[in-house]
Write a protein of this length. Structure first.
Length: 401
């Protein structure tokens, strides 16, 4: 492991922005790489991994240093050193690292084993919430602290999985299949696939295997009219289009115009022309679509606690108050958007959360509130510790009248 001051400094400055300016780690790293195109693959790997892992283990690292969290550059250099010491890497003899006590770091690292919230590096309130509501919480939170694999979803409308594997092999991108998701390929080694000519040709998307379960759960067919009501940048929208064989109509809704612009670009790259985007600028947008869809997907805003593997910074940005506000928002979306489906149609509610309050409890409350109009016909929990991928929840409801 080669340490370069310019890289360590970039890591420290990035950590400051993530915690003081609430920047998203993934977007920040992407911009950092765009601004430093001369960095080699090894440099980028050092920067990305160190940033992500320090954010992931933020509380634990301060514990082993026996210090209160700080965003001063000198203290952050010590945090960077502590992370690499625990990982077994030799650190250079820099003045900034002189005060780091390896012996004490390993002693306190062992002590952390007795305190779950420290060992798993999460806030106390989150540990308490998980302990009180999530089955197998010890295993789930431990699994969510593992590094997420990079998973591709094959655009089977354009290419077969076997053919894509061969095309990627020719680009020196090696992949492995998984039985968990029929259209998924797991990268054998982490690398930037967005420069791949096959990505640019629309032959695959980057999408976790759990997320790939949602669109099939909607049970779409070619020719249907489908509404993706919280479409975002369109990962699941693209998958719906592929499953519909580019026949029918998908209306992709979101409250953020920039996300819909991204979605349009992805649809063009995937050669899907059945997708229409609409900005939810007023409540009238939803009212005009009442009783109009065969299927409605509600991939609602949530805590994101099922995807901590890939978004470790979110656990430091969340608060109990934010979680409570999200519950109210989910309730409003369910009640206001569900009537866009026709009687006899199917809505699917999904989250990337493992908390029952956002999942089955939310659906139970909705079914009661709607006075029998909707019937729960299927639901699925995807557990990080049992399945090895992101945590997800899906519920399918039939509109009876």
């Amino acid at each position: 492991m080669l340490f370069h001051r310019v890289l360590v400094n970039a890591v420290a400055e990035s950590i400051i922005q993530i915690f003081s300016e609430r920047k998203h780690a993934d977007r920040l790293i992407k911009r950092l790489f765009e601004e430093n195109r001369k960095w080699g693959a090894r440099d980028r790997r050092f920067v990305a991994e160190t940033i992500y892992e320090i954010v992931r283990w933020w509380r634990l690292l301060w514990f082993v240093l026996d210090k209160e969290p700080s965003l001063t550059k000198n203290d952050l250099y010590e945090v960077i050193a502590a992370f690499h010491i625990i990982k077994g890497n030799e650190i250079p003899s820099w003045d900034e690292f002189n005060s780091v006590d390896k012996t004490n770091i390993f002693k306190r690292y062992k002590d952390a084993d007795t305190i779950r919230a420290v060992k798993e590096s999460i806030p106390d309130w989150l540990d308490e919430m998980g302990e009180n509501s999530v089955e197998n919480w010890d295993d789930e939170i431990h699994s969510l602290n593992q590094q997420a694999p990079v998973i591709l979803r094959v655009n089977t409308f354009a290419v077969s999985k076997k053919s894509l594997q061969q095309l990627l092999h020719e680009e020196k991108i090696e992949t492995t299949e998984t039985e968990f998701a029929p259209e998924a390929l797991i990268l054998n080694e982490r690398q930037n696939v967005f420069n791949s000519k096959n990505y640019k040709a629309g032959l695959f998307e980057v999408q976790d295997a759990s997320s790939q379960q949602v669109a099939p759960f909607v049970e779409v067919e070619p020719g249907m009219r489908v509404i993706d009501a919280c479409a975002g940048a369109g990962g699941k929208t693209m998958h719906l289009g592929v499953l519909m064989q580019n026949k029918g109509r998908i209306i992709a809704l979101d409250i953020h115009e920039w996300k819909l612009r991204t979605l349009k670009g992805r649809a063009r790259r995937n050669n899907l022309d059945i997708i229409e985007t609409r900005l939810i600028s007023t409540k009238k947008v939803i009212k005009r679509l009442k009783n109009s869809a065969d299927r409605v997907l509600l991939d609602v805003p949530c805590s994101g606690l099922g995807v901590l593997k890939r978004n470790p910074d979110s656990k430091w940005k969340l608060t109990p108050e934010i979680c409570q506000n999200l519950l109210e928002l989910q309730k409003q979306i369910l009640q206001n958007y569900s009537l866009m489906v026709k009687p006899g149609g199917r809505i699917v509610y999904s989250t990337c959360s493992i908390f029952p309050s956002e999942n089955e409890r939310q659906i139970e409350r909705f079914v009661i509130a709607m006075g029998g109009q909707f019937e729960l016909i299927d639901q699925r929990h995807i557990s990080p510790c049992k399945h090895g991928f992101d945590g997800f929840y899906m519920a399918a409801l039939l509109r009876k009248y």
